[in-house]
Design a protein around this ligand. Structure first.
Ligand code: G3I
Length: 319
């Protein structure tokens, strides 16, 4: 069975959708007091852009707002994300002439300070996020361009030294059915294992599309492909977007999508948890990035539940 079913959440300061501030009491009741969730992930607050906005200047305020509420609520905490090419502080991304030694020091300092700030609190860290292109090759991030795959082993080696308790994950999207990208992620696991560097899990973000969702068997094959390497698996950012407006047809597709992907995690030994990427439709990242798409979560703007909520319950009961 799963260790947790959870929902990512942001500290209010991040919610630039201030028009919904009047909904925060209802939102916070469901997030922290309803018993719906046994785990959370700070959606933004622990990212490089916010934790080390200037070189050597660390700020944990936003992340701490979510992690302290999680602790009070007795929830598992997934921490997200130590090394990622996006939402990276400009001082790292903009510099075109990093030397290898300098960038090694930058990575070691960031991972040491940020993983150190939440030492012992994280069930898991997304140590490395989205290092792959869709064809399974390495993304040409500033890290890869300067250090090659050494930045990967360095990030995990440093995180393992700083927080022996946290499970160390590689996290990415489009890993939810067999593909060249899942093979690339398996390659990252084997790279670390070959170098005797600890990696404990692979996070399948599971940002899916209702109208074109993988089958249950494809999900099972992908999850098993990672579990067979001896690492655990988790669905880390689950949402299933619709072409809005929602209607009976696409909501039924969404329900089946949630039931299948959660069901695959329940069925495959080694898949230990599911996290949806917020739970309240208005706070989803989707509409801002995919115009015309949205309603990807389990509660509508009016707080009624998606049919997909029942799909998740059926999957968790292994119906
Ligand atoms: O907080 C600032 C605010 O001060 C500023 O006024 C506003 C204007 O741009 O931006 C606000 O930051 C926003 C941030 O979310 C916090 O809300 C950024 O614009 C916005 O781009 C950012 O979006 C986040 C996105 O990652 C960035 O890539 C989403 O909330 C977050 O859900 C999303 O999550 C990612 C995972 O971390 C990794 N996997 C993919 C997933 C979806 O992109």
């Amino acid at each position: 069975g799963l260790k947790y079913f959870g929902a990512a959440t942001d500290s209010p300061g991040f919610r630039e959708r201030a028009p919904y501030a009047s909904q925060y009491p209802k939102y916070d009741q469901i997030m922290w007091k309803s018993g719906e969730f046994g785990q959370t992930t700070p959606t933004n607050g622990q990212k490089w852009l916010f934790t080390e906005p200037e070189r050597g200047v660390f700020n944990y305020t936003e992340g701490n707002i979510v992690t302290s509420k999680a602790r009070k609520a007795g929830m598992y905490l997934r921490c997200h994300a130590l090394v990622w090419h996006s939402q990276l502080a400009p001082w790292v991304e903009a510099k075109q002439d990093w030397t290898k030694d300098e960038l090694r020091q930058v990575i070691v300092s960031h991972v040491t300070n940020v993983a150190g700030a939440w030492k012992g609190q994280c069930y898991a860290w997304d140590v490395l996020n989205e290092a792959l292109n869709e064809d399974g090759t390495y993304r040409e991030s500033v890290f890869y361009k300067v250090l090659g795959e050494e930045y990967i082993t360095l990030a995990f080696k440093t995180a393992a030294k700083v927080d022996p308790k946290a499970k160390l994950y590689y996290n990415d999207y489009n890993l939810e059915s067999p593909s060249p990208k899942t093979e690339g992620a398996q390659r990252i696991v084997r790279l670390l294992q070959k170098n005797k560097i600890r990696i404990d899990g692979v996070g399948l973000q599971a940002h899916l599309v209702a109208e074109s969702r993988p089958t249950l068997d494809q999900h099972i094959d992908a999850i098993r492909g990672f579990a067979n390497l001896g690492v655990e698996v988790a669905l880390t950012e689950l949402d299933i977007r619709l072409h809005t407006p929602a209607n009976a047809t696409n909501l039924a597709q969404q329900k089946e999508g949630y039931k299948n992907v959660v069901g695959a995690c329940v069925q495959v030994k080694g898949c230990i948890g599911v996290t949806i990427w917020d739970f309240y439709d208005p706070f989803s990242w989707v509409p801002a990035v995919f115009p015309g798409e949205g309603a990807p979560l389990l509660w509508f703007e009016d707080w009624s539940k998606h049919p997909a909520y029942d799909g998740v319950v059926e999957a968790l009961r292994n119906k």
